[in-house]
Design a protein around this ligand. Sequence first.
Ligand code: FAD
Ligand code: NAP
Length: 312
Amino acid sequence: MGETRHTRVLIIGSGPAGYTAAVYAARAMLNPILVQGIQPGGQLTITTEVENWPGDTHVMGPDLMVRMQAHAEAMGAEVISDHIAALDLSRRPFSAEADSGTTYTADAVILATGAQAKWLGLPSEEQFKGFGVSACATCDGFFYRGKKVVVIGGGNTAVEEALFLTNFASHVTLIHRRDRLRAEKIMQDRLFKHPKITVLWHHEVTEVLGNDSPRSVTAVRARNVNTGAATDIPCDGVFVAIGHAPASELVRDQLELHNGGYVRVEPGSTRTTIPGVFAAGDLTDHIYRQAVTSAGMGCMAALDAEKFLSGH
Ligand code: FAD
Ligand code: NAP
């Protein structure tokens, strides 16, 4: 059996939300422990340039996350390379079992386990990820000024991304597997009226086509789901917008979730349905999903945790 360690605040996750919570909790003298998970640094470690982190016109995602970790540690947070396999929020102190065998008990828990974009699962999609294939128009749209792009999906995200991309791209093709969108009607109206957007119904993308050197996208191959006929659609960028999966498995049966698995927090706070358990970042956010908003929520979570602990 592994050791048991107690902390006042356990932070689960090492993206912008987790590290910001750690900075604030450490500065509040709460001696937080942060468990990084299997993706130390979170989603920004799988991107290249970030151009919307205030204070840095250009910063590489992985570098930014190394700096955030260093900042959290410099303030006194203990950052541990481990993964939480199970969390029990039914008793106090709360308890978390890590893969290493260590059990962490905590008076307050900050959940910052993020969300992961869903992908099509094609080998060619994997090959061009970061080289023309993206799941974040806000992050990467800027690189497609005057170029043709394709957006895949039929929900609010896909429609929002298609509309947003018209700010840069010369043309946007939205590819959807059915003939009806899930997106809100008002969004659909905007999409259909937009002169730069074409919708390709009843099609699914079967392959991303491109060059090896330099690695770049030239087209997508789409199959008509009714006839099976394949069409190549020339483009420079492919935005996969088929939904996000919040990493809420640890708390699925313990906290109230909404919008397809996001942890519900009280509006204007990071308080979940269990007092002493706070949630921040993409785990709770199906709308903004940005580093800076996640960091902001991380700050809120630490302040909420501090207030909770001072009352107990
Ligand atoms: P995440 O960054 O998702 O981090 C989650 C953390 O939780 C990870 O460290 C993971 O290891 C940990 N974790 C999960 N489960 C467990 C567990 N069981 N135990 C322990 N730890 C666990 N946003 C921008 O603002 N600008 C950009 O330019 C930008 N570019 C992006 C590019 C890409 C390719 C992607 C995918 C996203 C991009 N984003 C960008 C979005 C941004 O990365 C996210 O909004 C942000 O990272 C969310 O932060 P977070 O802290 O909530 O979670
Ligand atoms: P979503 O509503 O789940 O829509 C996902 C879309 O992707 C669906 O149209 C689905 O097709 C399609 N899809 C799924 N898997 C696919 C695959 N393998 N291949 C091709 N297409 C696939 O996801 P979302 O758009 O990200 O929205 C998630 C939640 O966030 C929703 O509740 C949404 O309302 C909310 N949201 C709100 C806002 C806003 O309020 N402004 C913005 C963004 C998101 P089918 O339709 O055929 O299933």
